[in-house]
Design a protein around this ligand. Structure first.
Ligand code: NIG
Ligand code: FE
Length: 414
């Protein structure tokens, strides 16, 4: 692997000191940059960067050199919440939504997650891998360089493990870090609607040991929500997950104040995600914890539900991350550029805050602070180069437009 030197960078973005792994409060608005910069990548890692005035003379002999042509260089987006392994799209529900049906109504009518689970049962592992690979490649082209992927459309022992094996194959096949979350507690399968404890036992007594045995998951996820899993059920599931070495990263407060945030924090969740519904108790609970609040504004936009209170969370010193939630039901899009734009437009985050939330804090929400999320020596050289821009704010300002010119993965032009 030859070294890669990128020169003529108008602005190198996100050169945070290496000891900073997560940002909160006023610090979320701090986005260090180097103007007129270069960056050197060797062995897949960032090994040097600085101002063009100090470009070193002793560069590696085997070197590919490219010019950023006056563009910006960013650390790749870290998308810490996705569901990109699924069997089929659900545009029939899209039309139902246009006609006025709500998310819960569609789910209660056998649509929603159960619809995806039905479609996944007979889908082959190869097929799931191929379709998820297409989605992941699309996301990479849009600047994503680290991703978390959930199970949760299996809902049976075999199908949940099938999904997690697909995620493991994605981990092996792609050049970007991939983390897996186990989300059998996404909804109650039809057969267990009247035997909720039976399904919870199935997850705890059979699925979790099976997954732990094959080392298939990094995190335990639960959809803690009215009509799905209660706070008490979530408590039980998270406790079991922790016993099997899976820290929580959960869906909480998407449609209502569910108690999920408090339960997540109780079990030291890495992140609690969604939070479209918050109150003072939720914000207070998070502000005294180490849990990251991961907000998913594309989901709010698509479902027409409220946008999360990012300002309230940031003001209360809660670290906020932004992620896509790419899934066939509530967010059929994995475009992190658009997520960052929505963070600014709808969550009223400043461009610097939104970019930090989608890079450094996104990496922290996947426990990838050592390898991703900023421009620092020793981190993975997953970057993107933009067109020349008039300022950092131009990126989220030009919503729905791509400013990305080149993707660098592991220090190689992709
Ligand atoms: O994050 N809320 C739960 N899970 C997904 C939606 C799943 C689906 O509708 O298929 C979400 O929005
Ligand atoms: Fe989700």
């Amino acid at each position: 692997m030859s070294a890669l030197l990128i020169t003529d960078i108008d602005t190198l973005v996100g050169t945070h000191p290496k000891n900073i792994s997560v940002l909160k409060g006023g610090a979320m608005n701090t986005l260090p940059v180097i103007n007129n910069a270069w960056i050197l990548c060797e062995g897949g890692l960032i090994t040097g960067f600085g101002s063009m005035d100090n470009l070193p003379a002793d560069l590696p002999t085997s070197l590919t050199s490219i010019s950023a042509k006056g563009g910006y260089v960013f650390p790749s987006w870290c998308d810490s919440h996705t569901h990109i392994v699924f069997a089929a799209s659900r545009e029939e529900e899209f039309v139902m939504k246009i006609k006025g049906k709500g998310y819960e109504e569609i789910a209660a009518a056998g649509g929603g997650i159960l619809n995806s689970a039905r479609k996944l049962q007979h889908e082959s592992e190869d097929h799931l891998f191929e379709s998820a690979s297409i989605r992941l490649n699309d996301m990479i082209k849009q600047g994503t360089g680290a991703v978390e992927i959930k199970s949760g459309y299996g809902l049976t022992f075999d199908s949940e493990l099938k999904m997690l094996r697909v995620i493991r194959r994605l981990k092996d096949a792609f050049k970007i870090p991939v983390k897996a979350s186990f989300l059998a507690a996404h909804t109650f399968p039809e057969d267990y609607k009247k035997d909720r404890n039976g399904y919870i036992r199935l997850i705890i007594e059979q699925m979790l040991p099976g997954i732990a045995n094959e080392g298939l998951a990094d995190y335990m996820d639960v959809f803690c929500e009215k009509g799905f899993f209660s706070a008490e059920e979530t408590d039980k599931l998270l406790e079991a997950g922790v016993k099997y070495g899976l820290p929580p990263k959960i869906h909480a407060n998407q449609l209502s104040i569910s108690g999920g945030v408090q339960v997540g924090v109780k079990h030291n969740a890495i992140s609690v995600d969604h939070l479209e519904a918050t109150d003072e108790d939720v914000i207070n609970c998070l502000s005294t914890s180490n849990t990251i609040a991961t907000l998913l504004p594309s989901c709010s936009l698509y479902l027409g539900i409220p946008f999360a209170n990012a300002r309230g969370l940031i003001n209360a010193n809660v670290p906020v991350a932004l992620a896509s939630d790419f899934n066939p039901g509530s967010t059929p899009s994995g475009n992190m550029n658009f997520v960052v734009s929505l963070g600014c437009i709808k969550l009223k985050m400043l461009p610097e805050e939104a970019i930090n939330a989608a890079t450094l804090n996104g990496a922290a929400a996947m426990q990838l602070s050592d390898v991703a999320g900023s421009i620092a020596i020793g981190k993975k050289a997953n970057l993107f180069i933009t067109r020349p821009m008039s300022s950092i704010a131009y990126l989220p300002y030009s919503f729905g437009q791509s400013q990305i010119e080149k993707i660098i993965l592991n220090g190689e032009v992709n």
